[in-house]
Structure formats: C-alpha cells, structure tokens
Design a protein around this ligand. Structure first.
Ligand code: FMN
Length: 309
C-alpha cells in the first residue's frame, strides 16, 4: 500500500508522532512518505496514494491553520465510479483538547475526496505558550499534581490543566497509537470505506462547547489572540523568526533591520517558540516564560522504544 503523511509541526511534537506512524507503516510493509507542508508547500501528487495521513497540532481548538491552508490547496481527487472513496487518517497533538480539529479537518478532507478512517490525538500538556506562562509560576505545586494524578488516574487530563507535567505521553500512549495505526492500515488495505467516520461521528467524541469554540475561531480572532510583538532592543537580527514563519508574515528589508509583523499571521507561534534571543512576546506570554523547547528526551525515548506493542 502507498501511504503519504502530510505533516505540520512547529515545535516537534507532531513530527515525533508522524515519524512514529510512518515507521509503523513501513515496518508493516507499506511504502510511506512524509511530506512536510512548510518545507514543501506544493501539494504532492496523491493519485496513487492508498492511505493519506494528516498530522498537525491543534491551534485555537482547531487544526493548525498552516495545515488548513495547505489542504485548501490540495486538488480534489477525481471520483471514478468503479472506485470507492479514498481513505485517510488524522493525527494530532494538543495541550489539552483538540476541540473542532478533527471535525473540520474531516469535512475538508471529504470535500476533496478523502474519507477519514479514524483520528487520534496525543496530549503534550506542557507545550502551549500562554498556558506555560500562566501555569509555570505554580510549578512549585507539581508534587501535589503528581500525588493527585496517581490517585485519580481517570482525571489526569483535567488535572494537567493546573499540573501540565503529569499527563505527558508515556510508553502506554505510544502503544495505543501503534494499535491505532495498525487498525487504520488494515482497514485501508482492504479498502474498508464502510469503517470511515463522518465529521458528525468525530464531533460526538468531543465536548460540544469546545467544538463550537474551535469553529468560531476565525483567522481574524486568531490574529488578535496571537498578538506577536518584537522587542527591537533584544532582537539580534538573526532572521530565525523570518525563516520559521510558515505564512510569510514576518519580513525584513535587510540583515540589519528588525523584522516587521505583517497581516498574514496564522497564529502558529513558531516565531515566538524559536527566537533564540527571547525578543518575541505574544498574548499573555512574555518572551522566555512560555517558550516550549520541544519534546523531552524521555518523551522522544517513549516514541522510539523498540519493544513496543
Ligand atoms: C498558538 C497555539 C495554540 C494552541 N491551541 C491549543 C488548543 O486550542 N488546544 C490544545 O489542546 N492545545 C493547544 N495548543 C498546544 C499545541 O497543540 C501543542 O503544543 C502541540 O503539541 C504542538 O505541536 P508541534 O510541536 O508539533 O508544533 C496550542 C499551541 C499553540 C502554539
């Protein structure tokens, strides 16, 4: 089977998940290609693809708008009558809840001829800048969080709001993800399009208020809530933010000028996360305090362990 996974990842969490999925599919004998939508913004030719994966972070209770804009550019698949619809799966990473992420992405995929076989999110609660900035000062209470998390395991996702450390992915999370990939690929191999989930099915799994919230987050609101500012005093003119910006929103006249923030921001915060001189701040997130440096070595190890299953 030929598989392509479209990938957007600003700080590395989703890349870890997508690379794991890609390895899983290859180990099962399938041909799998990862397509980074920022490095290569041109949609790939999917005419021979049997299973399409879409992997991106949740941003503002929806799929990352980088991925949304990429899927908008994907040409619709032709629909020959003798062939059932094509099959896809969705992978996401989030800090707490994906909201409308999988629902709107399934709708978008359906419009271009792909049915969603299933969707899976992996939670990295320690990685959302405003959350980090607000919660970090409370980190002295981490011991309480761990004690509560051990006693009240089913409430761990909720408890990770005040105590982000206690709900990081573990070997068990990764095993579950592996089983999800196996299930999806088995169904795709026999073209079991009856097993596909509609956007309504995917919405049923999520708190309704958060799905509404995700749908309500227009680009205009996202830009307002992102509010990227660059401190000219701290900026070293290294150009990292300009290179990292996937939407061409940051520009500069020459190597010596401070980048200007334009109007095409999609709210991914990649500039904030990658600025090496802590010169960028955003909504409720002063420079430094909310920065996420990517998955920890323990998390990377969990995704790369050999003995899983
Ligand atoms: C701008 C921004 C908005 C986010 N919005 C949400 C959100 O609405 N819900 C959520 O659970 N996590 C949210 N997060 C957390 C990300 O989904 C999480 O950090 C993700 O794993 C990042 O993936 P990446 O490392 O592949 O970029 C947000 C993160 C950023 C930077």
């Amino acid at each position: 089977m030929k598989c392509t996974i479209l990938l957007h990842s600003a700080t590395g969490n989703t890349r870890l998940v997508a690379e794991f999925a890609s390895r899983r599919l290859s180990e099962a004998g399938h041909q799998c290609v990862l397509h980074d939508v920022v490095a290569d913004p041109e949609p790939p030719d999917c005419s021979q693809v049997d299973l399409l994966g879409v992997a991106c972070p949740t941003n503002y209770f929806g799929q990352s708008r980088v991925m949304q804009q990429f899927l908008d550019r994907m040409p619709p698949m032709p629909e020959p009558e003798d062939r059932p619809p094509r099959l896809a799966f969705q992978l996401g990473t989030c800090g707490g809840d994906p909201g409308a992420h999988f629902v709107t992405q399934a709708e978008q995929l359906q419009r271009i001829g792909w049915l969603t076989l299933g969707a899976r999110t992996v939670s990295f609660p320690d990685s959302w800048p405003p959350h980090r900035a607000i919660v970090k000062p409370l980190s002295f209470t981490a011991a309480i969080g761990h004690a509560l998390g051990a006693k009240l395991a089913p409430l761990r996702a909720l408890l990770s709001l005040p105590y982000p450390d206690i709900h990081q992915p573990t070997h068990r999370t990764v095993s579950r993800l592996g089983r999800f990939i196996n299930r999806v690929s088995r169904r795709a191999a026999v073209r079991d399009h009856l097993a596909a989930q509609s956007p309504e099915d995917l919405a049923r799994d999520r708190p309704r208020a958060l799905v509404h919230l995700g749908r309500a987050m227009t680009l205009e609101k996202i830009r307002h809530a992102t509010d990227i500012r660059i401190d000219a005093q701290r900026c070293t003119r290294c150009g990292t933010c300009v290179d990292q910006c996937p939407s061409g929103c940051l520009t500069r006249e020459d190597d010596q000028s401070v980048p200007r923030v334009g109007t095409t921001c999609v709210g991914c915060w990649a500039c904030y996360q990658h600025c090496p001189s802590d010169a960028i701040s955003g909504w409720h997130a002063p420079a430094v305090l909310g920065r996420y440096n990517g998955p920890t070595p323990a998390t990377i190890e969990a995704f790369n362990a050999k003995w899983l299953d």
